[in-house]
Write a protein that binds this ligand. Sequence first.
Ligand SMILES: [Zn+2]
Length: 340
Amino acid sequence: MGDGTRGIIALQEWQGWGTTSPVPTVVAEIVEDLKLLERDVDEQMTFGGKGGKLQGQFRLQEDKKHRATYQTLGDSEKKLQFYAARQIACRLLGSRGYLCQKCWLPMEEDCVCSKVTSCSLWPGIRFWLYMHPKDFLRQNNTGKLLWQVFGVEAATLCLFGIAEHEEIMWNSFKLAGKGKVWCLYPNKSAVLKSVKDAFGLEAVANSDLTATKTKEDKTLNFILLDGTWSNSGAMFKRLQDRAKSVWGDEDLPCISLSPGASAMHKLRPQPSWDRTCTAAAAIGLLSELHDLPQFSCLGLDEQADAVEDALTNLLEALTTRRLRMGRSITRKARHTNNIR
Ligand SMILES: [Zn+2]
């Protein structure tokens, strides 16, 4: 694949969706293949439905072609990377010119960007949104809110199965060391710690006085699994496997939020958010950390509020959209307007 083909998804367009990474190679290749196929079958690709699915005759042709490609891939890692990149390529092409790049809502009708207030996250914390490709550019994804509010350096997108993204994330984890990496995942089979148990004795560096070098070492990295409940098992497994190869055979440290203490239980308006509303998990974590004495002066409560405001705006926009489109809203959705 020549370098000229990368131009099909320009760097600026790619990064506009919320990442600082280069355009992933496999995504660029698949976009190029789609464009070539479009020329070969002399039919424009069209997308529709949820998830940026290809439509019509083009879809049938592409289906045949991508299945054939998939079969030729030797190992399961290559297959996973191809699967992830194809999802992302289709979503990129299907959302172009339709979704707002920042809030991932239809830009003409529903964009909520004017209502989002940005806020600085305490620099001792960094969030990683480990996102399933099927959640990429989804309107009801809530992980995107974190980098809308805190910026892409404080809340970084890492797409599952995209080698470039996973390298960036794991390089940061290697620098940070195992003791500074935590996964928020309420998995019974994982070793779980409460926020208090994990961080109750944590020394908090004064970020004003700490040199950049030592600050890097002290940053707490939190991985938020951003996908449906059924996909998050595979995502967690992949993190565990990588953790084992990097740090030996120990499990990836996991923390669980106390039930009831977080916003998570108030804020689930749609079945698709069941148990995995990512923004609510971040709100819960910041709130619980704030309750620990040594974290109490860092403004984490205000930072949690900023995410909650953004989440409320998103829920309102989604509810408005559903009503406009004549869809029913769930019983839970009616309560979301009361939440601040
Ligand atoms: Zn927007």
